[in-house]
Design a protein around this ligand. Structure first.
Ligand SMILES: [Zn+2]
Ligand SMILES: [Zn+2]
Length: 333
């Protein structure tokens, strides 16, 4: 052991004895050895895959590589940069930050890490790891993790389908005020899954979920009035709940209202109003509405006929994942 190593050893020993004053999470983040270039775990001082030195982070704001807590070019804080990167919505760019924050015990990042284990991107597909991530996240106080666990057992794609376990997790999430979980419990009551079929209870839960902030739940309330389930059939009340869902930001409700006004189904046909609803839905990311706007631009329904505009809508719909939009787009080029 040379002098430098002995000093490092002594320093390490002192650090182990002294109570650390830094907050626990902060310490966990800085001690996590995840390569910020490729997301690999590092045992030594360099990444075994890409060679990057331990602790080097790339600023998500300006792209500069740094070692200190603040970016030397734009002064962005390291942790803020990590959070921006982890939640940027692009799984490729987010990966190293997601892994690092998850390693440090961040509940939301753990739920993102679960998505990688689901798809097998960067890590082997692993159902047990998905469950572990969600459980750790729920223990870390990230309440939505209970909803994700419920959905996992409800879908039964990665783990064996188990509606009873799903219902327990949905109930836990619902007790913590997670609106979407309340909606799931409503569906279970409506369909007689786990619980006795009970349309009135289902409607009550849909309303509760809507009031708790799940805009799509007002769609389910509307369907109850449209079909007379759990309440008297009332098409006007149904329409008013579709509108309420749209006002609350439900893309599906905007898309559906667009369809109703375009076709005049159950409402007075109003193509301009339909286009307004389709545009609102498209802004919220609804690909079906983008497609509908493409067709409306071609035929001049509710707007002037415009082939270039139609191509742009089809392009957006294709970018949002609609393969039929790709065909429509290519036919106009
Ligand atoms: Zn690396
Ligand atoms: Zn920077």
């Amino acid at each position: 052991m040379n002098r430098k190593n002995i000093l490092m050893f002594l320093l390490a020993a002192i650090l182990c004895i002294l109570p650390l004053s830094a907050p626990a999470e902060e310490e966990a983040v800085s001690s996590a050895s995840i390569c910020m270039a490729c997301g690999s775990k590092m045992d030594g001082d360099a990444c075994p895959f890409c060679g990057r030195v331990r602790g080097v982070w790339t600023c998500f704001n300006c792209g500069a590589d740094n070692l200190s807590a603040y970016c030397r070019v734009c002064e962005k804080n390291r942790n803020d940069s990590l959070l921006d990167q982890a939640f940027c919505g692009d799984p490729l760019r987010a990966w190293p930050a997601v892994r690092l924050l998850a390693e440090a015990g961040d509940g939301e990042a753990l739920c993102l890490l679960a998505e990688y284990y689901k798809t097998g991107l960067f890590v082997p597909q692993d159902a047990d790891a998905v469950v572990r991530c969600y459980r750790r996240a729920s223990k870390a106080g990230y309440d939505r993790a209970y909803l994700f666990l419920g959905k996992l057992y409800d879908e039964g794609e990665l783990v064996e389908q188990d509606k009873f376990t799903a219902a327990e997790y949905f109930q836990q999430a619902a007790d913590l005020g997670i609106a979407e979980a309340i909606w799931y419990l409503g569906v279970y009551h409506a369909e007689g899954v786990v619980y006795e079929p009970d349309d009135e209870k289902a409607l009550e839960l849909y309303v509760q979920a809507g009031e708790a902030g799940d805009a799509d739940s007002w769609m389910s309330v509307a369907v109850c009035y449209a079909e007379g389930k759990g309440t008297e059939q009332d098409p006007y009340e149904a329409l008013s709940y579709y509108e309420k869902a749209a006002e609350c930001g439900s893309a599906d409700a905007c898309d559906y209202l667009g369809y109703l006004y375009m076709t005049g189904e159950g409402v007075e046909k109003d193509e301009e109003k339909a286009v307004e609803y389709y545009k609102k839905a498209a802004e919220l990311g609804n690909a079906r509405s983008m497609m509908a706007l493409g067709h409306a631009s071609l035929t001049g329904q509710g707007m002037d006929s415009d082939y270039d505009q139609a191509a742009r809508w089809f392009e957006l719909a294709a970018l949002a994942g609609r393969t039929d939009a790709l065909e429509a787009y290519e036919s106009l080029r």
